[in-house]
Design a protein around this ligand. Structure first.
Ligand SMILES: [Zn+2]
Length: 167
């Protein structure tokens, strides 16, 4: 088991970002019925693709996929620049079981640590949970501390053994 470290949250570069993404998702007709595709889409995303309530309207020109589209936002941890947000969000989407996504646009804004999300959870908890899912990590916060096996994304010199090896 890898060793657990702790660093002060306010000495890290960790920033909470709210990332907005406009996207389309392709559902292979061999794997999804029309109803299953819609059900799957709605279970993951805020928006309902059924504004055009026509099966044909959601079918691509080769007739092999259903294409649904919408907009959603996620809280995600990254450093102060947020350059890796898009990769992390795509990894998060893939971890939710969607492979084929077409991105139409991105937006991002910095969020204060004290804010709460739509469900009344502290945004830091939601953002860390998304971060862990996207990066296969295990970071958590306790009081003013960030705890976990590797802080590679959030400090200049991560104390973990893996990062020490590559320095
Ligand atoms: Zn590390």
């Amino acid at each position: 088991m890898s060793q657990e470290y702790r660093i002060k949250l306010n000495e890290s570069n960790l920033v909470i970002w709210k990332v907005t993404c406009e996207f389309g998702v392709f559902y292979d007709k061999k794997k999804y019925s029309f109803e299953n595709a819609i059900e799957h889409f709605i279970s993951f995303y805020d928006s309902n693709p059924l504004e055009e309530n026509e099966e044909e309207a959601l079918t691509d020109e080769n007739d092999s996929y259903y294409l649904t589209s919408g907009e959603n936002c996620w809280y995600m941890c990254d450093d102060q620049y947020g350059y890796n947000l898009e990769i992390k969000i795509l990894d998060l989407i893939r971890s939710e079981g969607i492979d084929d996504i077409e991105v139409d646009g991105w937006g991002k804004e910095e969020i204060d640590f004290s804010e709460e999300d739509e469900d009344g959870n502290k945004v830091i908890l939601t953002a860390l949970s998304n971060y862990n899912e996207a990066t296969d990590n295990n970071l958590k916060v306790e009081g003013d501390f960030l705890i976990g096996n590797c802080f590679n994304d959030f400090v200049e010199e991560c104390p973990c053994n893996d990062c020490l090896k590559v320095r």
